[in-house]
Design a protein around this ligand. Sequence first.
Ligand SMILES: *Cc1c(COP(=O)(O)O)cnc(C)c1O
Length: 393
Amino acid sequence: MKDPKDYAFETRAVRAGQHRTAEGEHSEAIFPTSSFVFENAAQAAARFGGTEPGNIYSRFTNPTVRTFQERLAAMEGGEACVATSSGMAAILSTCMALLKAGDHIVSSRSVFGTTTSLFGNYLTRFGVEVSFVSLPDLAQWEAAIRPGTRMLYLESPSNPLTELVDIRALAELARARDCLLVVDNCFCTPALQQPLALGADIVIHSATKYLDGQGRCVGGAVVGDAERVGKEVFGFLRTAGPTMSPFNAWVFIKGLETLALRMRAHSDNAMQLANWLRDHPAVERVYYPGLEDHPQHELAKRQQSGFGGIVSFDVPGGREAAWRVIDATEMLSITANLGDAKTTITHPATTTHGRLTPEQREEQGIGEGLIRVAVGLESIADIQADLAQGLGG
Ligand SMILES: *Cc1c(COP(=O)(O)O)cnc(C)c1O
């Protein structure tokens, strides 16, 4: 087989990382084994000493997990990938491997709530400081960087308001100021956005979301260069053990094979839903990067190859009205998860962003009337009909 990099994206998603065994299996095999045996004592010594490559123990070497890692690395355009037990484990492993006491992170304020908590409530205990800035505002990022700043951290588009940042511009700033740019690419996946090609140093994934795509397993990944990710993040994983299980890796491998198709379908459904909501008299405002009146529509067209599956909208009447719309649905799943074939609906102000103070929510533009839909793969007509029940037709 050619080097995976020489194949198109869709081909890498299906073929990269498979190492067929002597059994000739067509689909990737699962290796549910905790350890591996050696030919003799000398080989065991060579494997442990690192002079001979090969499997040792599934905390850090497992063939199924390796297939997932090689495939995702090929899809993101990275040299190395380290799979982890969850998306949060991917973020923790990156920070533990690459930061030390006295370092400073500049993070977008609009990141996954648990990420904010990891930075603000836990890393700070170990002497790492954090500042939060507004995602799209490059001047705020620049002003927040100080001599000890080691990492810039973001998600684009943001959750739930789908704001973007110019990743290429931020990558230039990171390089000029000698910090790492880390992008959580969970919402777009490499099918729609490839941050490493835009100049980012490290990509984070919660594989739990679109990489699986059907809501089955929890997992995560870190993708980047051979030194920082292949050696340092891998070294932390090997030592601390937030490891992906072979079974979960196998589920994600099969998820990656259909990722490009699914992301196109999620984006098509979301675009149709956004247009329908924008024209709906009971809807005040729609947030979706595919809409021409989205403030960063042009950036989204340039930076992403699709607009993604997340659509948010405001209804007048605050919490009561938003809850009425949510509770009137019969098919949509009321859950804060996303990236599933099944459409999910949530009220950010009282769930994902419920731990923020009312002032913080106000500052971030997350109102009581805001509803987020992670558009799935059902027929768009059925999704709209379900939402129409609470929107008065
Ligand atoms: C879900 C999520 C995470 C955390 O991933 P887990 O797999 O739940 O640990 C991180 N970032 C984003 C953007 C997410 O949506």
